[in-house]
Ligand binder design. Structure first.
Ligand SMILES: [Zn+2]
Ligand SMILES: [Zn+2]
Length: 274
């Protein structure tokens, strides 16, 4: 695949999520769980022009995905998209002029075909997205999968995420750290459950099916601050695809042929995948 779609993670984790997906003809903002001020500062840091944002897509209504949206939307002229369940779940969302999408929709935004797929989370109607650019022959030129906040990978997610060049997949927690960590029992149950969050092991177990020869970058997303570590997540994901440590801290890994890189996103350190 030819890189035509770029991922800019502005924030990822339970304190706030926002990512800009840059396509051939404009960008899309996925989730807005950080302040407008932080969003603008982080975009500037990465050299991302927010004036190119054509639309905003929401995965679901949890605060860490929407906290910044009401203010950002005030300054934004483009369309907002979310499922009917997401919009209806929060008054601050239902007051905004959303265009409702369904969990199996496809849209065209920023020169990309956006496929919506259902995720499994303890909210009304959560979704993930696959972004693809299509060449003049109708073939997929580049593809990026984005899936966070899901307790299990749905069949639809599995299909949508297979063969993407860039795979942004939740690796929320290490199962042992969660089990032995400080969280109260009900919260451990919730995170671990089918409508909670994907663990490092669950993400790693999915990789052999999702990764094809087209896949070049795997980004572990939405890492828990308490129940995970960048090196722990990278180690787990790397082992599943035969990648080896690419730096001393094991926060990045690469296959011996250099084709596939494994890395993780961070709550407060924005970064780009080109
Ligand atoms: Zn979240
Ligand atoms: Zn959530």
């Amino acid at each position: 695949m030819t890189p035509q779609i770029h991922l800019h993670v502005l924030a990822s984790g339970s304190k706030g999520n926002a990512a800009v997906i840059e396509g051939p003809a404009g960008s899309v903002l996925v989730d807005d769980g950080i302040t407008r001020r932080a969003l603008l500062a982080r975009a500037r840091e990465l050299g991302v022009n927010v004036d190119n944002i054509r639309a905003i897509l929401l995965t679901h209504e949890h605060t860490d995905h929407i906290a910044g949206l009401p203010v950002f939307a005030n300054h934004f002229g483009g369309p907002l998209y979310a499922t009917a369940g997401t919009v209806a779940a929060r008054e601050r969302l239902s007051q905004l002029p959303f265009e409702v999408i369904s969990r199996m929709d496809s849209l065209e935004l920023g020169g990309m075909l956006v496929n919506v797929f259902p995720t499994s989370h303890d909210v009304a109607d959560p979704v993930g997205f696959r972004f693809a650019s299509i060449d003049e022959n109708g073939e997929v030129a580049d593809a990026l999968g984005y899936c966070t906040d899901t307790g299990v990978l749905t069949d639809e997610a599995g299909q949508a995420l297979t063969g993407c060049r860039v795979l942004a997949l939740e690796a929320n927690h290490d199962e042992r750290m969660l089990a032995t960590g400080p969280y109260p029992g009900y919260l451990k149950q919730r995170i671990h459950g089918r409508r909670g969050h994907l663990s490092n092991a669950q993400a790693a177990n999915a990789l052999p099916d999702l990764v094809t020869k087209e896949t070049e970058v795997i980004v572990g997303m939405h890492l828990s601050h308490e129940n995970n570590r960048p090196s722990v997540a990278v180690r787990a994901l790397a082992a599943a695809v035969g990648a080896e440590a690419a730096n001393e801290t094991f926060t990045e890994a690469r296959t011996p042929d250099g084709h596939l890189t494994v890395c993780v996103s961070a709550q407060d350190a924005p970064f780009s995948v080109w």
